[in-house]
Design a protein around this ligand. Structure first.
Ligand code: PMT
Length: 398
């Protein structure tokens, strides 16, 4: 038996056509040794009868706050759960959870728990892409909720598009990960995030489109797994408690902040998009259009990652990123060698949905030890998990 043996799993099922797939998730969890309590919303029972879940799960399916033998079922379920997984999660359940509404047993249980929560959205493409749904998911991500992204494929009514419930394998893997003990406890992890800004004059700069989402996700996941985390970031994004934030703007400031802390770090993850060039001089007054087209002479910035590779001490793990638009694997291997790092996280930033600004990313993990992992298009927090899953055993932490 694996990580799921004897763990108490609340399986929330909301009202969507994908509710029938939750039956398979339920069976797989039970087969893996988990104690599974299904909690169905009223709408879910329109798609699949509670009896089906009761027959498969470890206890009868719960469908109402008030009608069962328990006076306060949501607190018992929430407090006893080791993990709660909602599959499928509809737009309504997601919105209620974000807003802290507890108008049925499932949403009340979600509020009455301190256990990790996994949300597996499934809905029509138009709903999935609606800013209200995406904003709500961003809020949940910031709160540390695990989101298992839906997939593209056939939807109800014969439509095809994004919004199909994730495959049962991915949902089970997310549950297993959520139940993983804090495997980075005691580690000091230094992460960089965001794009640097190299000033031309007081109002203009050379910059890039990095939002900091990927780097912040790595920092937050490392903190969630017990590491002591310092995040050097160019963005004002909110982050979770337990992450020590240092705000910088330029490549030089980032270099100073990183080098001041890299010696004591066990793991350094350079997710930031650091400018390769900066203006050789910065004007102290705004360049006037009336003065004609200015000449901006560039000079190289310090290559922080390469310097970290040179300074690397025994036992330290250095992770670099590679933002590529072609020959991703070959370029990643070259960066691995050139910069003498342990692992390169390579993303094809030309791929729709991957790289700069998106909530999702698709990466290749190429390691000096032969690691070669293709992480499919996933939420950036999932990508962060995959990176740290590779790092943890190297530090003897898993
Ligand atoms: O921030 P998001 O919007 O979430 O987007 C995420 C991302 C696309 C920025 C991220 O996934 C990513 O790819 N980060 C690295 C971007 C980058 O600068 O790639 P690069 O191939 O140019 O650099 C290679 C590595 O060297 C990177 O680890 C970079 O941090 C580092 N570097 C680069 C230049 C420099 N002067 N110093 C450095 O340390």
């Amino acid at each position: 038996m694996g990580r799921l043996a004897d763990r108490r799993v609340v399986l929330g099922v909301a009202g969507g056509i994908a509710a029938y797939k939750a039956v398979e998730v339920c069976r797989r969890l039970v087969d893996a040794g988990a104690h599974v309590t299904p909690v169905l919303t009223a709408a879910a029972t329109r798609f699949v009868g509670p009896l089906t879940f009761s027959a498969l799960a470890s206890e009868d399916a719960h469908v109402a706050l008030f009608d069962g033998p328990d006076a306060i079922p949501h607190t018992r379920l929430g407090q006893q759960a080791d993990v709660i997984v909602v599959a499928p999660a509809t737009a309504r359940v997601i919105a209620a959870y974000v807003a802290g509404l507890s108008d049925d047993l499932l949403t009340a249980t979600l509020l009455a728990t301190r256990a990790p929560v996994i949300i597996c959205p499934a809905m029509h493409t138009e709903m999935w892409e609606h800013p209200a749904v995406q904003d709500n998911l961003s809020v949940l991500r910031r709160r540390g909720v695990h989101i298992v992204e839906p997939e593209a494929g056939r939807l109800a009514g014969g439509d095809v598009g994004m919004g199909r419930l994730a495959d049962a394998d991915r949902i089970i893997a997310a549950v297993e990960r959520a139940l993983t003990a804090p495997d980075l406890g005691g580690l000091r992890v230094l992460v960089t995030a965001g794009g640097t800004r190299e000033p031309i004059d007081p109002v203009r700069f050379i910059g890039n489109r990095s939002s900091g989402k990927q780097g912040h996700a790595v920092a937050e996941e490392a903190a969630h797994r017990g590491a002591k985390v310092v995040l050097v970031t160019t963005t004002d994004r909110a982050t979770t408690a337990g992450v020590d934030v240092i705000r910088v703007d330029t490549a030089a400031e980032m270099a100073d902040a990183v080098f001041a802390r890299s010696e004591e770090a066990d793991v350094v993850v350079m997710a930031a998009a650091v400018a390769d060039f900066k203006p050789s001089t910065t004007r102290d007054r705004k360049i006037k259009k009336s003065d004609g087209i200015p000449e901006v002479v560039l000079e190289p910035t310090v290559d922080i990652l390469a310097e970290l590779g040179r300074r690397k001490r025994a036992g330290q793990v250095i992770v670099g990123f590679a933002a590529e638009t072609h020959d991703v694997r070959a370029n990643a291997r070259r960066k691995l060698e050139d910069k003498r790092v342990d692992l390169v996280v390579a993303n094809d930033v030309a791929e729709p949905g991957a790289g700069f600004e998106h909530d999702t990313n698709r990466v290749l993990l190429i390691g000096r030890d032969g690691t070669d992992v293709d992480v499919p298009m996933s939420d950036k927090r999932e990508v962060a998990r995959a990176i740290l899953d590779v790092v943890a055993p190297r530090k003897g932490m898993a």
